[in-house]
Design a protein around this ligand. Structure first.
Ligand code: ARG
Length: 462
């Protein structure tokens, strides 16, 4: 039996080469549960339009239930000859209900509006899964910060020592970025809650079906597509999803890069748990941060998925074009990769050991309190331009003498500038420098406490 959905006008069947090229069932099979849900909703509007009797609707629904069970337990699967998931499931329904009833479901719908709808449903579900995993990662970051509330570390710009910051402040900066990724997912979800079902191939249906009822049935909070051409042809929801997952990957890669550095002998800021590190096949002493490296690597792959997809979409004429079959694999991959990466990454962060003494020891290194001298002078009325010069002079003397800023003698301070009295040493401690930055968003313990509260509030709302 010919299972193609389009055999009528053809005298010959498809070539083997075409069949192979055309097949998507090996990757779109994951849409099967959504396809069946769509069919159930479609059967109901066919019934409402008087195109299925009460009895037919009941049988149809039972047939779909049976098919759903057979798909779930693997009794029924698609084959290459089915071309795609939609064709395979139509065959499954025909096998279960016979050609007369089974053949009625296709009225008023097309694979074009089906696939556009099911793809949205799939991605919305996975947006929720990813948001949940992201929340776990945020929890791990907040937990790491909370476990080290008073540890100072060297804050860096250009990867050079800049100013001391609280370790918690630094870690919460990563949590902030991830909060925005989670927020992007929520906003994307609201924009994607529109159902193209009922758009048909592109022009809508002449059968008096009710797309709004299908939309409500399938959980699309914002109803059905306002334009059937746009409904079947638009894939910006896919590109945006690919961007958000790529951005999330990039944000994670930035944490990953720091973990890789922090875990080196030279930094020695952290030690990874054995369960979240790997060894070397030749060097017995090695303990490698593979999870962080894979995270860094996978971010490249997520970016590739986004750019590849945009290239596919570029300059496509309206409405549906078969090019669009290429839209699924990249974002399915983005979902798979993130869903695999996030739990491992979270586990790595939740179990690492922080070497607080090492962090604290390096916090004032590299003359990172020089800004505090300058700001101390400013508070005494010295113009910042002069204050900056004076503090720079202090650094120069220290470098020459091989000493730290607080080790400058009263005479040395006075020689550099008459404004520099011995009480400048008040601000030449890490604790003093931290505590002084108590404005909103700053690194003072009191300001970081506010950041904890805000991240916690965001997480609760997520
Ligand atoms: N498998 C196709 C896709 O994923 C849907 C089928 C549409 N095919 C067609 N000839 N109109 O985009």
């Amino acid at each position: 039996q010919d299972i193609r959905l389009w055999g009528g006008r053809f005298a010959d069947g498809p070539s083997e080469a075409l069949e192979k090229l055309s097949a998507s069932v090996h990757f779109d099979w994951r849409l099967a549960p959504y396809d069946i849900a769509g069919s159930r909703a479609h059967a109901r509007v066919l019934h409402k339009a008087g195109l299925l009797t009460d009895g037919e609707l009941r049988q149809m629904t039972e047939g779909l239930d049976r098919l759903e069970r057979d798909v779930a337990d693997g009794t029924f699967t698609g084959t290459v000859a089915d071309e795609d998931v939609h064709t395979a499931l139509e065959r499954g329904l025909l096998e279960r209900l016979g050609p007369d009833l089974g053949g009625k479901l296709r009225a008023g719908r097309s694979r074009n509006d089906q696939v556009a709808t099911l793809f949205r449903m799939y991605l919305r579900d996975h947006a929720r899964i990813i948001a949940g995993l992201l929340a776990d990662l945020q929890e791990a970051l907040v937990g790491l910060a909370e476990a080290h509330p008073d540890v100072a570390m060297p804050g860096r710009t250009h990867l050079q020592h800049a100013q001391p910051v609280l370790f918690a402040h630094h870690v919460l900066a990563h949590a902030q970025a991830l909060s925005r990724d989670a927020e992007r997912l929520r906003q994307w979800d609201a924009r994607t809650a529109v159902s193209p079902y009922g758009s048909g191939a592109l022009a809508g249906s002449s059968l008096g079906l009710d797309p709004e009822a299908v939309a409500a049935d399938l959980g699309f909070e914002h109803g059905s597509s306002g334009n059937s051409i746009d409904g079947t042809a638009s894939r910006d929801f896919v590109a945006e999803f690919a961007f958000i997952t790529a951005m999330t990957g990039v944000d994670i890669s930035k944490i990953a890069e720091e973990i890789i550095l922090w875990n080196t002998k030279e930094f020695s800021f952290v030690t990874l748990h054995d369960a979240f590190s790997t060894g070397s096949s030749i060097m017995p002493q090695k303990k490698n941060p593979d999870i962080a490296e894979l995270a860094r690597g996978k971010s490249g792959r997520l970016i590739g998925n986004l750019t590849g997809l945009l290239a596919t979409l570029k300059a496509l004429p309206l409405a549906y074009n078969r090019d669009l079959q290429e839209d699924k694999e990249p974002v399915f991959d983005s979902c798979d990769q993130l869903e695999m990466l996030l739990p491992a990454f979270t586990g790595m962060l939740a179990t690492l050991t922080v070497h607080r003494e090492r962090l604290a020891e390096l916090a004032p290194a590299g003359f990172s309190l020089a800004t505090d001298i300058a700001e101390w002078l400013v508070r005494r009325g010295v113009p910042f331009r002069v204050a900056h010069e004076v503090a720079g002079e202090c650094v120069k003397v220290c470098e020459r003498e091989g000493i730290e800023l607080h080790e400058l003698s009263d005479e040395q301070f006075a020689a550099i500038s008459p404004h520099l009295g011995p009480d400048v040493r008040e601000v030449l401690t890490v604790d003093g420098a931290l505590a002084a930055r108590d404005g909103r968003g700053g690194t003072a313990p009191s300001a970081v406490a506010v950041q904890f509260a805000e991240v916690r509030r965001d997480l609760a709302a997520q």
